[in-house]
Write a protein that binds this ligand. Structure first.
Ligand code: UD1
Ligand code: MG
Length: 420
């Protein structure tokens, strides 16, 4: 296995979410949260990513099926975070080198502190680097205990804290770099003498230290990085912070988001300069928007939407798997699914591409500078030629091809010159 390795723990039940769905698959800004952790590990330099699955294992495997360099290990019973890491031992038995250990329920973790932590290893020769954070409210986290000289002593889980320890604000975000194979020796010595009767990974650093190995704890993480999602409230908080980050990046890149708090933009989308996004618009999945576009208010651009430059998509227009070339205008109330629309086309109010026949989806092609009248319906598969005109209320039947430059009207749509 090629290193550095990242081990991501994702086997827990997530009982506090009160859900049938595995916790790490709950979505933050339209994506299952585990994807963000996988991305951060990869961007920090992980060459191989091991995801420990257990509760909802099949769902988690399926969600990550397309991710390169991801392998799965099943933790048969959820006996604690220490046991979860130990279940990777067989897979990693021949691996020597550093491994991040991260948790799948911290979607806001950024790659920079992960890379920073790993870089410290090279100068310090340590068997465990513990990334920590100092937070205003440490509730729920394990606390970092240090001696009077500031050296790391151990991690204490909140439930096991004394009243003095509870007040400590330096916490364990579950962001470690361990040296393998040394870690296995410590994990073998874990026991379950704690409030939850579990094998705690959090005991491993102190055990390593007791075995004469070097452990250092460094506050490389910011409070936002480590928001752990254990409840739906946390999920909503993670969503809000992630959305702020996404919008911030767009604003820096020259995109106007008129009302960031009432706009929803998936982080996988790309948006060109001078595009303006009006409130109550939803951009979900992988969407590409060109320069100088005008989106919304109330537009819904879904996965696979590609917009050229100068495109205007207005109120209650929904697009999915659809390409709108430069200067297409779809100002009001339209559904464009599985469509390719050429440059300069006008999509009238209420235009619908009927792409789904109950079993399959079909494509609609609309040539450049065609004019789609208000309330027109195209039953896909169908093609509208360049500069053709589809009259208001016309219904273009499936397998029809309207010739370029011609006008069709009525139900079903016929050429106005009487030709069939
Ligand atoms: C854990 C840490 C705590 C830290 C916090 C940060 C331990 C004992 N405690 O607590 O110090 O402040 O994370 O978020 O490690 N998991 C498994 N298998 C298991 C149990 C858990 O894979 O048997 C996974 C979960 O899916 C989750 C992660 O490990 O992704 C952490 O488990 P969770 O129950 O959320 O631990 P916390 O109580 O948050
Ligand atoms: Mg947690």
């Amino acid at each position: 296995m090629q290193g550095p390795v990242a081990i991501i723990l994702a086997a827990g039940h997530g009982k506090r979410m009160k859900s049938e769905k595995a916790k790490v698959l709950h979505e933050v800004c339209g994506r299952p949260m585990i994807h963000y952790v996988v991305d951060a590990a990869r961007e920090a330099g992980a060459q191989s990513i091991v995801v420990v699955v257990g509760a909802g294992a099949d769902q988690v495997r399926a969600a990550l099926a397309d991710e390169p360099n991801v392998v799965f290990v099943t933790q048969e019973r959820q006996l604690g975070t220490g046991d979860a890491v130990l279940s990777c031992r067989q897979l990693l038995k021949n691996y020597q080198g550093p491994a991040w250990v991260l948790v799948g329920d911290e979607p806001l973790i950024r790659p920079e502190p992960l890379a920073d932590l790993l870089a410290r290893r090279e100068c310090e020769h340590v068997s465990c680097l513990l990334g920590t954070a100092v937070v205003p409210d440490p509730t729920g986290f394990g606390r970092i205990l240090r001696d009077s000289a500031g050296r790391f002593l151990r991690i204490v889980e909140q439930r096991d804290c004394s009243p003095e320890e509870i007040a400590i604000r330096e916490v364990n975000p579950s962001c470690y770099v361990f040296e393998l194979p040394g870690l296995w020796d410590a994990l073998e010595r874990l026991d379950t003498s704690n409030a939850q009767g579990e094998y705690y990974l959090t005991d491993a650093p102190a055990l390593l230290q007791a075995m004469g190995r070097k452990v250092i704890a460094i506050p490389v993480l910011e409070p936002d990085d480590i928001l752990g999602v254990n409840t739906r409230r946390h999920l909503a908080q993670a969503h809000a912070i992630m959305q702020e980050r996404i919008v911030e990046r767009l604003l820096i890149d020259g995109v106007s988001v008129v009302d960031p708090r009432n706009t929803y933009i998936d982080g996988r989308s790309t948006i060109g300069r001078d595009t303006v996004i009006y409130p109550f618009s939803v951009i979900s999945g992988t969407v590409s928007i060109g320069e100088g576009c005008r989106i919304g208010p109330f537009a819904h651009l879904r996965d696979g939407t590609v917009l050229g430059d100068g495109v205007e998509v207005g109120a209650f227009v929904e697009t999915t798997r659809t390409r709108l070339d430069d200067r297409v205008h779809a100002h009001h109330l339209a559904y464009l699914g599985d469509a390719s629309v050429g440059a300069g086309v006008n999509i009238g109010a209420g235009t619908i591409t009927a792409n789904y026949d109950g079993e399959n989806k079909h494509r609609t092609e609309i040539g450049a500078h065609a004019f789609m009248g208000s309330g027109s319906i195209v039953i896909a598969p169908a093609r509208i030629g360049a500069r053709a005109v589809v009259g208001a209320g016309a219904v273009v039947l499936k397998n029809t091809s309207v010739e370029p430059g011609k006008t069709v009207v009525g139900v079903p749509a016929r050429y106005v010159d009487g030709k069939k």
